[in-house]
Structures are given as structure tokens and as C-alpha cells.
Design a protein around this ligand. Sequence first.
Ligand code: PPE
Length: 314
Amino acid sequence: MDTKYIWMDGELVEFEKATVHFMTPALHYGAAVFEGIRAYETAKGPAVFRLKEHAERLVNSAYVLGFRELPWTEEEISTAIKDVVRVNGLSSCYIRPLLYMNGMAGNLSIDSGVPALGIAAWEWNNYLGEEAQLKGIRANISSFTRHQPNIMMTKAKISGNYANSILAKTESARLGFDEAIMLNTQGYVAECTGENLFVVRKNKIFSPQLADVLAGITRDSVITIAKDLGYEVIESLISRDQLYTADEVFVSGTAAECVGLREIDFRRIGNGKTGPITVAIQNVYQNAVHGNLPQYQGWLDYVNVNVSIPQFVD
Ligand code: PPE
């Protein structure tokens, strides 16, 4: 992995030394929360995309999981994230903060552990394959149901929630698909294993309501961009057959960015290529994240501005 330092509880630790103990409760119970963030190359150096919203969601996820007090503020976490990008000399990268229950496994109350925080950053392109952005991907409807919101807390990016995604993604991959679409307990479309989903029908854009899915920050960016492009965006129930007959279906996520679905359950979607509205949104998104569009500058946090002096350990 192309990274040298990982931030752990306030110190920059060499990659090989950034380890946790086998008895860490987070490892046993999935009692951790995380973020996926991207930084992109711009004319003014690397910029983290929507850092404030990601730091806020991380802290909210920890709160939902049950942590009452955290030793870091959102601002401190944001500064640490920028430090990690800078000290690793990365111009564009994926950033993974993980806030986890530390201590000794053996007690399921979150109060029996203490919060710990690590932040890594590395180059990570093509989450859904090299040609995903251009050609679109193939998905299936998973045989696994997405979380019911009183079983797992779907607004929180809790590590344990991702066992559900692993079940679905593994099944899809073994069946030869690129991604799984998951239905909610009522049988309506929820989200993919690591992306939110959109449907285009007669020039209108639909997305499942937030009730049982992660409130994706890319989803929010896509909605803003789509509206700025003049499209109506409607949050609604979406059924499986509405996917099959859609003009376009696309997914959004930090890692995946914006990717069209060219086939679902062996049925061609639209003309079997990334659709024109998806392409238009992809273009604006790519220009926005690279700092080419003044109207979306507020989404960027430049890594080389207000530089602090991070603490290294050997
Ligand atoms: N739904 C789920 C279940 C999800 O995991 C993600 C992010 C999204 C929606 C989109 O959220 P946002 O990134 O804020 O637009 N999935 C992460 C990938 C997880 C992985 O390690 O794999 C991501 O894109 O960072």
C-alpha cells in the first residue's frame, strides 16, 4: 500500500507499526464507526472533498453507536485528516478514519471500552473496476435484505453494519456481477453495498428515501448537481421492476464516485451504456472535485492551507 504514516490517537505512526491488539473489542463485535473520504488533485494542491460533512457524520456515527464523550472535536479530526494526506505526499487519495472501541473484548456495553481513532490515506482508484465510470457496471438484486432501521442504525457508518454488505457483495461477485442492489424489509430498493442509488425516468431523477439507507454525502452532492442542471429530483419508493424499465440507473459513493448500471438481473438498462444524464452528472462531479467549478468551491478543503505541525513517533 502506497502510504507511509497512519495517524493513531494524535500521533503519526509508521505504516508497519500501526497495529491494534487481538483483544480489541471493535475487532470482535464490529463496535467501530468509519468514514470514506476522498482528496483530489486541484490547481491549488490536494483538496479534501466535503471534509466538514464527513467529520460531522463520523462524530454522529460514534454518538449513535453510544459513545458519549470523544476526546477529539470535529475540527481536530479534520486537521488530522489533512495532516495525513500531506505527510504521505498524496495528491489524490482515499481517506479512512476509523473510530473504534478499544480495551478488552468480553463486555458488550460500549461504556466498558474507550474510543480510539486511526486515520489512513492511500491511493485508491476504480472501486468498481477500471471501466466502471465509462462503460457502466452489471448488478443483481441481492438475496440478502438491507437493514431494518431498528435492527441496525442505518444513518451511522458502523463497521458491524458492513457484515450485511459483505454478505451481499460476496454473493454478487461470485455470481459474476460487479455490485449488489439491496432491497429493504418491505421489498423496495434501498441501496447498494457501498453506494446510494438513483433512477432516471422521463428526465426525472428518483432516489430511495433516506429512511433505511446511509445519507450519502455523494448522494447529496449528486442531488445538488442534478438540480443545478435543471433536473427534478424526487425521493420515493422504488420497486425492483421500476429499475428494470428505467431509462438510466446509477449509483453514487465516495469510493465509487458516480457510476451507471448498464445491466440489472440480466436485463439491459436503457441502451446498455452509461446514460446521458448520468454522464452529465459525472462530468460536473469530476470538475467540482478537482476545483474547476467556482460554484462548488465550498465543498473543497485545501490540504496545504493553515498547515499545522503534526506529531511523529518512531
Ligand atoms: N451506502 C453505503 C452502504 C455506503 O457504504 C456508502 C459509502 C454510501 C452509501 C455512499 O455514501 P457516501 O460515500 O457518503 O456518498 N461507501 C464507502 C465504501 C466502503 C468500502 O470500504 O467499501 C465509500 O464510498 O467510501
